[in-house]
Write a protein that binds this ligand. Sequence first.
Ligand code: C5P
Length: 235
Amino acid sequence: MSRETSARDRVIVALDLPDVEAAEKTIWSLGDSINFYKIGYELVMAGGLSLAEDLAHGGKKVFLDMKLHDIGNTVMQATRRAAKLGAAFLTVHAFPQTMRAAVEGRGDSDLEILAVTVLTSWDDDDLKDAGYATTVPELVARRAAQAEAIGIDGLVCSPAEAKDLRQRLGGKMLLVTPGIRPAGSAKGDQKRVMTPKEAVLAGVDYMVIGRPIVAAEDPKRAAEAIVEEIENAKK
Ligand code: C5P
């Protein structure tokens, strides 16, 4: 853990929902139990950016999962807009030029830039196909080191990578991890999962959790149980 944050603030709920109305319903039902929300492609295409702005103005933290990657000027300007909108986290792909542009666009705002090293849907064959003569672990390590040198604030990583990255990077960079499942909950399409407690022990700072909370019969109770598990893992 590279930063002192309350257990509650370490849970980011992924609003993987088709429209703003469904997202607002979830946010309303979670109330004060959750302070941090992730908005990705699906919701952004359905009015999610104004929801992001409303959430930020209403005192919630917003993770804009845009995985930006374009020419430097475009990334820089888009990052600047995300900072103005009040986002707390923004993702970019971990290409050096893209990361440098995002750091420039973030300037001295409170926005923190997270780099996605290698998408977890990629394996060594996909890299080869795309023209890379390297393996996934090698490329993750290379890009993590580049991200740190460029001044990126944190990395999005799989639970399986968290421990190694924490040892490699020390305490400075934030590690943000999806694929979290409380013991006994459905894995869905996630193949390698960790419980919230295991994630804390692996050095994860923030956990992105979708279905175990959003699709629960009682989302608020599910969120509270996860917060409690994180709280207890620290003791
Ligand atoms: O519902 P679930 O908890 O599996 O949601 C996880 C969230 O994290 C989703 O928004 C998903 O897009 C995101 N994510 C992921 N695996 C990655 C990167 C992002 O599950 N490697």
